[in-house]
Design a protein around this ligand. Structure first.
Ligand SMILES: C[S@@+](CC[C@H](N)C(=O)[O-])C[C@H]1O[C@@H](n2cnc3c(N)ncnc32)[C@H](O)[C@@H]1O
Length: 342
């Protein structure tokens, strides 16, 4: 709920909470839930006649909010592991359901069943059956466990042969909870979680050869929206997609990832390495009223790739081998060369 109040004759805005405390740029603390964060920013921007971006929104996720998110993850862990072990052991879909039942009660930001089902339908259309899945934003592992189970089903395998989900999670606390739940679901050989910024983990996996050029079938974006576009472009720079790869992104419409949406709707980088076709699909409602923006997923399909992947890879390696103190003008020149060479 958004409330307008007047303090010393100046309009201020407060809103109700789902998780955490966020400190606004005008210096008072207000509790914010995902659905109201954009309204608050817009309201503050109007009062201050200032433009705020989504970066500010996500940049506003303060330590207190992270702690609340982690506290809920710990509570989930305690709840699930308080049950007899055979309740969930080796049953991925039961684990996903248990996580999401708890998440509904405690208003946790997991990827809920209706969206998992809509995504499954999209993933099932990929030919040949997808084997490699990367996920940005693992949290407690609800979606990662679902992806692991779906990939095994589509490949008719109970084992981990060649079927991998790589999920990236910023917080070590959340990643620890996810790791235990993935193991409980019996998917520890299929679903691999990496702590730290997703971009760093992705680069490391590529350098180690675990992710290969044209080797990613599906990418799922569910971390902070300000990272959607740079992380998609990193996937492009590494040449990870192939024709027919899909990119699924949550929350693009609300709270919103406008730069990302504009980019994919325009088909990708001007003269760039991949061309996309994209649509936002509405999912069944288990969060928010029908027609609410909460229900939309953005789906991109790679419909074109360039023939310069070797150039791109070499330029990427040169660019990233430049020392951090390298004069920025030279780096800027390299970036320009990289763009025009695409
Ligand atoms: C909406 S939750 C993900 C929910 C998860 N997909 C699930 O179904 O349980 C977003 C998560 O992204 C993580 N995150 C945010 N920015 C990140 C980044 N740059 N790299 C890795 N993880 C990030 C947050 O810590 C948070 O746990």
């Amino acid at each position: 709920m958004l409330v307008s109040i007047a303090i010393n004759g100046v309009s201020r805005f407060m809103c109700s909470t789902r998780h955490g405390v966020w400190t606004s740029p005008i210096g008072f603390a207000c509790s914010v839930r995902d659905s109201t964060r954009c309204f608050v920013i817009a309201a503050i921007a109007r009062v201050r006649k200032t433009q705020y971006t989504l970066g500010d929104v996500r940049g506003g996720v303060c330590q207190c909010e992270n702690q609340t998110i982690e506290a809920k993850a710990r509570a989930l862990h305690e709840h699930i592991f308080s049950k007899p072990e055979d309740t969930y052991a080796g049953k991925p879909w039961d684990v996903v359901k248990a996580i999401n039942d708890f998440a509904d009660e405690s208003r946790m930001m997991t990827f809920k069943n209706a969206k998992i089902e809509a995504s499954r339908q999209q993933i099932a259309k990929i030919q040949p059956a997808p084997k490699t899945f990367i996920e940005f934003g693992g949290y407690v592992g609800a979606s990662a466990i679902a992806w692991g189970a779906i990939l095994r089903e589509l490949n008719n395998t109970d084992s981990a042969v060649d079927v991998n989900v790589y999920t990236f999670e910023l917080s070590p606390v959340n990643a620890g909870v996810a790791r235990d739940l993935i193991r409980l679901a019996g998917l520890e050989n299929t679903v691999h979680i990496f702590e730290g910024p997703a971009a760093d983990s992705l680069k490391r996996l590529f350098e180690e050869g675990k992710l290969k050029e044209a080797g990613v079938d599906v990418a799922f974006f569910d971390h902070w929206e300000q990272f959607y576009l740079p992380d998609l472009q990193l996937c492009e720079d590494l040449g990870l997609f192939r024709m027919g790869s899909k990119v699924i992104a949550d929350n693009t419409d609300f709270p919103g990832a406008p730069a990302y949406l504009e980019y994919v709707k325009s088909g990708g980088r001007q003269g760039g390495s991949y061309r996309y076709e994209t649509e936002s699909i509405e999912t069944a409602s288990n969060r928010g009223p029908v027609g609410s923006p909460y229900l939309y997923l953005n789906i991109c399909v790679v419909v074109g790739t360039d023939c310069f992947s070797e150039h791109r890879r070499v330029l990427y390696l040169i660019w990233h081998s430049l020392p951090p103190m390298f004069p920025s003008a030279v780096k800027a020149h390299c970036r320009h060369v990289k763009q025009v060479t695409h």
